[in-house]
Design a protein around this ligand. Structure first.
Ligand code: FAD
Length: 490
């Protein structure tokens, strides 16, 4: 049994704590905030509205179940979820509405009816997304890309071989245009999946075309009670396994001597630990917690993923035409991404995502009301004038929603809160408020993420969205698995 400190109680840190406790280690989690969850937290607004602050789309629930099973528990005793059908309501700028059904045949038929693309072509594309996922996930997501043995496995050779065959060496957008040359709206629909890890479909490699398979092949899910219940149920499990959580105790330094980790220092005390797992963003981990250690500058210089402006609105009306996930597309997607990734600003016409958990959990809003999580993709914080961008974007959002819904939305807003990139950075220590660590805008991005271990310091490991294999709930859970496996096999 070895004592391990986990820095941060984000979903990656919680999952790492569970895995390490199951393996018999004595785990203490130090969290800067007053509670757990990091980006995955919840809050209430006056008037009886509850909100999940960050993530809203949940895929690969088996990765959560796996943690309960590892601990010898029945997942359903802690955490329940349902498969969504339909998944998303799409509203295009030209007024077309489309429902993304979970069933592949029904979704393809809907696209044929609404957009005129033969269902067989849609199904062919979805299957190739599935093949891309099956061929590459084992290599790129489940293993450390920074251990040489990864490169000598049959899985890896298969993954490399399939990249050119599936047309995965171009950009995501180019691949979608080749698949649907006559239908820009369908290209826009599939391009959107680049935003699932904060990337730009016009630059990101076509390997990201595997993302639609997560939602349309493997399924989109909704946890009973909302996304926060993922963190809640895993913390309950961790506590049962003896993990200690120390809240409101930010780690100020990771202590080292002779090339290895020796402990941590917080404002309260100094603690001895031979093993430390940082779930904090890799940038502040080096800059603030390891100020005297050489940092991997090339890795830290990787471009950040996008961030978000989120307006949380308590709405004094129900909208039967909306579902849990709703997308209102802009007219010019390319311009929107150029604004984010080249001009580092926000376009005038924006794509708006509205998530309404009261559709599934009625207690999240009073009767006859809804809780709207209204999100726009924006660049990470580089000192932009966020007050002005917020005002401009709020007006753009209202224009887009008013037009699509044919009603004046603003007078219905009864309660409001806004989360900006600097706010996300402040509340979660995420560098620049980036949602998913570094972006995946190049084919090499996967290899340039920080490994799950330190090359310089023995005993230091990493998990969470800013390190391999990347951001988003499933990948953070996998980062915890890779880090814990490295520790358990060390
Ligand atoms: P984080 O959530 O980043 O938490 C890190 C924790 O470390 C924080 O609690 C922080 O306080 C703590 N910490 C930092 N420094 C210290 C220190 N020095 N000492 C102690 N504690 C410290 N993902 C999806 O899968 N689906 C989605 O729909 C989705 N939408 C998103 C929407 C938004 C608005 C946001 C913000 C994120 C979204 N994501 C989504 C991404 C997802 O939320 C993240 O990838 C994931 O939650 C990050 O988990 P993490 O383990 O990296 O930890």
């Amino acid at each position: 049994k070895r004592p391990v400190a986990v820095v941060g109680a984000g979903i990656g840190g919680i999952a790492a704590a569970v895995r390490l406790a199951v393996a018999g280690h004595r785990v203490t989690v130090f969290e800067a905030q007053a509670s757990f969850g990091g980006k995955m937290h919840q809050f209430d607004l006056p008037g009886g509205y509850r909100f999940d602050a960050g993530p809203s789309l949940f895929t690969l629930p088996a990765l959560v179940d796996e943690l309960f099973r590892l601990a010898g528990r029945r997942p359903e005793d802690y955490f329940r979820y349902e498969r969504l059908d339909p998944i998303t309501q799409y509203f295009f700028a030209d007024g077309t509405r489309l429902t993304a059904w979970a069933d592949e045949a029904r979704f393809a038929a809907e696209i044929e009816t609404k957009l005129g693309v033969p269902a067989a072509e849609v199904r062919r594309f979805l299957r190739s997304s599935g093949r891309a996922y099956n061929a590459t996930a084992q290599t790129f997501l489940h293993k450390s890309l920074h251990r040489t043995q990864t490169y000598f496995s049959a899985d890896t050779l298969r993954a490399m071989a399939v990249l050119p065959e599936l047309g995965l060496l171009s950009t995501m957008h180019a691949r979608h245009r080749r698949a649907f040359p006559q239908e820009p709206r369908l290209v826009q629909l599939f391009d959107r999946f680049a935003t699932y890890n904060g990337s730009d479909p016009y630059q990101a490699p076509a390997t990201l075309s595997l993302i639609p398979h997560l939602e349309h092949g493997l399924g989109a899910y909704y946890p009973e009670g909302g996304i926060y219940s993922i963190a809640q149920s895993l913390v309950r499990l961790a506590e049962e396994l003896g993990v200690q959580f120390r809240y409101a105790e930010p780690v100020e330094e990771i202590l080292t001597a002779g090339g290895r980790v020796t402990g941590i220092r917080t404002a309260q005390d100094v603690y001895d630990f031979g093993l430390v797992v940082s779930n904090a963003d890799v940038m502040p981990t080096y800059r603030r917690l390891l100020p005297h250690q050489p940092a991997p500058e090339r890795t830290l210089a990787q471009p950040r993923s996008s961030s978000a402006l989120i307006f949380y609105w308590g709405m004094a009306r129900e909208f039967p035409e909306l579902g849990l996930h709703n997308i209102f597309f802009s007219a010019d997607y390319q311009h929107e991404f150029e604004a984010i990734f080249q001009q580092h600003t926000v376009a005038d016409d924006v794509t708006v995502y509205v998530n309404i958990t009261s559709k599934k959990t009625p207690a999240d809003a009073p009767p006859g009301h809804e809780n709207w999580f209204v999100m726009v993709n924006v660049p990470h914080d580089q000192g932009q004038d966020w007050e002005a961008l917020c005002r401009q974007t709020r007006a753009a959002v209202l224009r887009r929603l008013n037009q699509a819904l044919g009603t004046d939305v603003a007078p219905l807003i009864r309660a409001e809160r806004v989360w900006t990139p600097p706010g996300i950075a402040h509340d979660t220590s995420s560098f620049g408020g980036a949602l998913y660590g570094s972006s995946s805008n190049t084919l090499l991005a996967a290899f340039l993420r920080h490994p799950n271990f330190s090359r310089q310091l023995e005993g230091l490991y990493f998990c969470g969205g800013s390190v391999h294999p990347g951001g988003g709930i499933p990948l953070c859970l996998l980062s915890a698995k890779i880090a814990a496996d490295l520790i358990n096999n060390s």
